[in-house]
Design a protein around this ligand. Structure first.
Ligand code: NI
Length: 254
């Protein structure tokens, strides 16, 4: 069995865990999971994330407003987020960014809310967790301008863009999508990431790796992602999990 699985990006507050959340989470350590960062997508999920960190010793959380929820941003939210970060197990501002695939919030609103949170992370000296879907140009431009530390999650850009992110100093995280049939471009990008900047994640309950694609994902399924990335890097999957755990501790300052 593989161990030292550190899931740098999960959503256990999602309603798809409502029926059996405690059962699923409690079973993770015996499946080799040593840490999970529950990532918020709106103000209510920040609170649920905080509750999870209190219930489970191996849980940490990030607080922030996802581009989908940017249109519900209110003055005062930044102060609330800043207050949350005073809690011991809050390790990042996230997830924040731009999503031009769904466009659930108007793009100009997404940008404003993204920039406000990039500035907040700078002010608080905290890492960020970046969501970028079909918004590579604008995302890279803002990251270059603000120079945050942190992670680009579920990376879907090119190898060239990945090199730009490395120059800024960011970490790049890969999830179940590397196991999909059409993953060629993503695998090329992963190949360009040195081992000290690579992270693994699930984005569970979404992005379930093969051979379970279509089912609900949980953090133990990172083993399939680690096997695929290990093949790519010519590494034993356990060595890859050991190294990415060290990277996770470095970026989240654990
Ligand atoms: Ni996510």
């Amino acid at each position: 069995m593989l161990n030292h699985i550190f899931d740098t990006h999960a959503h256990y507050d999602d309603e798809r865990f409502d029926q059996d959340r405690d059962q699923v989470i409690s079973a993770l350590p015996e499946k080799g999971v040593c840490g999970v960062v529950n990532v918020a997508c709106d103000m209510p999920s920040c609170q649920t994330g905080l509750e999870l960190t209190k219930a489970y010793p191996f849980f940490f959380c990030a607080v922030g407003i996802h581009p989908h929820a940017a249109r519900s941003f209110q003055e005062g939210d930044l102060e609330t987020l800043a207050a949350y970060t005073k809690e011991q197990k809050v390790v990042a501002i996230g997830e924040i960014g731009l999503d031009y695939h769904y466009d659930f919030s108007p793009r100009d609103v997404q940008k404003v809310v993204f920039e406000r949170q990039l500035q907040l992370a700078k002010d608080l000296d905290m890492p960020v967790i970046i969501h970028d879907r079909e918004a590579h140009g604008d995302t890279l431009e803002l990251l270059k301008r603000y120079q945050p530390k942190g992670i680009v999650h579920c990376y879907s850009g090119s190898a060239e863009m990945a090199k730009e992110l490395l120059k800024i100093g960011m970490y790049v995280a890969f999830g179940g999508a590397v196991t999909f049939k059409n993953a060629r471009k993503t695998l090329e990008a992963a190949e360009a990431i040195p081992m000290d900047r690579l992270l693994v994640e699930t984005d569970c309950p979404y992005m379930t790796p093969e051979p379970f694609r279509g089912k609900r994902c949980d953090s133990s399924m990172i083993v399939y992602t680690a096997q695929k990335l290990g093949e790519l890097k010519g590494m034993d999957p356990q060595d890859l999990l050991d190294q990415t755990w060290e990277n996770a501790k470095a970026v989240y300052q654990l």
